[in-house]
Structures are given as C-alpha cells and as structure tokens.
Design a protein around this ligand. Structure first.
Ligand code: ATP
Length: 216
C-alpha cells in the first residue's frame, strides 16, 4: 500500500528539528512520501512572526535535495487551518487504498483532544507521534484512552492499513524549537548556534527579508 505522511506545523521558522526528524522518520518507516504541511491560519496559537508565503518559501529552501515534499494545500484554502480538513481533503482525493498518516511531536499530541474534530482523525488516517526525550505522554484523560485503544504494536500497520492506528517512533533528538530560534534572531545573540539549528539557505532568507528582527 502506498504510504504518505503529513507533517503539519507553523514552521515559524522551519528548523533542523523538523527537517532531520522528517528525513529520519521517512527512512525509518519506509514511507513513500513525507509532506511538510505549513499551516496558513493557525487556530490555536498567536499569529506567526511572518507571512504564510514566507514560511512556505523557507520550508521549500529547507527541504531542497532531501527527498521530502511540501504540500501548500492549507495556504490555498483561505480559512482557519484545521488539520482534519487537510486530512479529509487528501483522503477524498487519494481514495481508500492509500495509507495516510498525520505526524506530530509528543508535545502537540498531549493536547490532541483539543484539536478540532479530533475524534474523526483515525477514521481518515493514522497518527504518528515522534517521541522526544523528557516529554511524557498523558497517563489519564482522553488522549491516554485513545492511546490504549489504538496504539499499534508494530509500525508495519502503516503499510497494511489505510488508517486507524497510533504509531510512536523514537528518533534522534534535535533539541531546538522555533520559539528559541525567534528569540535568538531578535536578540542578535549566539548566532553560531543558529547555523547549527537551521539550513543556511533559510538563515540567508531570514536575513535578506529581515524577518524576526534579525540582522546578521
Ligand atoms: P514553536 O516553538 O513556535 O511552538 P516548534 O519548533 O515546536 O515551534 P511547530 O511548527 O510548532 O515548531 O511544530 C510542528 C511540528 O514539529 C509539531 O508536531 C512539533 O511537535 C514538531 N517539532 C517541533 N520541534 C521539533 C523537534 N526539535 N524535533 C522533532 N519534532 C519537532
């Protein structure tokens, strides 16, 4: 069965934590496609630090020659970006014979029961959760119950079924966050660390467009 995974995020800006995790995930799970899906109008957080088109441009620069793909479908729908709408629209485009997965980190998954129509996700796709050291999964509540009911024993399920399971994966940790990067960019400090945290082409783009108050 063809396997496609969607890694959604604000990518404000995209960093090596996103890119390296996506590359490793694609390889570890032998996925046919891994698509980064930049969010246009995030319902659950403050307005991003730059425009959707700029965040999309940075995603394109960051994934050049990586084998990853970008899907700009949320930018083309000019409304609040609910992941469930993206998943539903891809499912209707691709039919029932393709395995679709929605990828997220444990931090995002811990609040999954606050996502719009979260109960509809597993009918349309799998959930792939990237485990990061130090982050605990909920032990009680709706997300804990979801794990108990739908956690797969083996990641192979992604190749055998189109939807319906939760798969946890452990990847090499990249302890970097867009919040820290924005703080570093605006504070003009520790720019050596920035070079390790993001693709050179992305940092150049940020500098050229004077995003996040950064001037090298
Ligand atoms: P912010 O700090 O602004 O919240 P972020 O760095 O967490 O941003 P997002 O765009 O919000 O980035 O994250 C998109 C997805 O990437 C989420 O599912 C998140 O869990 C995951 N993610 C974020 N940082 C990392 C990282 N360092 N390694 C692996 N996954 C990550």
């Amino acid at each position: 069965m063809k396997t496609i995974a969607l890694f959604g995020g604000t990518f404000d800006p995209i960093h090596q934590g996103h890119v390296q995790s996506a590359i490793e995930l694609k390889q570890q799970l032998s996925l046919d496609e891994l698509r980064l899906v930049p969010c246009h109008l995030p319902p659950h957080r403050v307005t991003p630090g730059c425009t959707s088109q700029q965040r999309l441009a940075m995603v394109k620069l960051a994934i050049a020659n990586t084998g990853l793909m970008v899907d700009d479908c949320e930018l083309r729908r000019n409304q609040l970006s609910y992941s469930i709408d993206t998943l539903a629209s891809l499912r209707s485009q691709l039919g029932q014979q393709v395995s679709l997965s929605w990828v997220m980190g444990t931090d995002a998954f811990a609040g999954f029961d606050r996502w719009h129509r979260w109960q509809d996700f597993l009918a349309l796709g799998h959930l792939v959760v990237i485990k990061r050291p130090g982050e605990k999964l909920p032990e009680a509540g709706a997300v804990a119950e979801l794990i108990m009911q739908y956690q797969a024993d083996r990641a192979d399920v992604l190749h055998q079924q189109a939807a319906g399971s939760i798969v946890f994966v452990s990847l090499t940790p990249y302890p970097v966050s867009a919040t820290d990067i924005r703080a570093t960019l605006s504070g003009q400090q520790n720019s050596a660390k920035l070079k390790d945290s993001m693709a050179t082409a992305v940092l150049d783009y940020i500098q050229t467009h004077r995003l996040y108050g950064y001037q090298a």
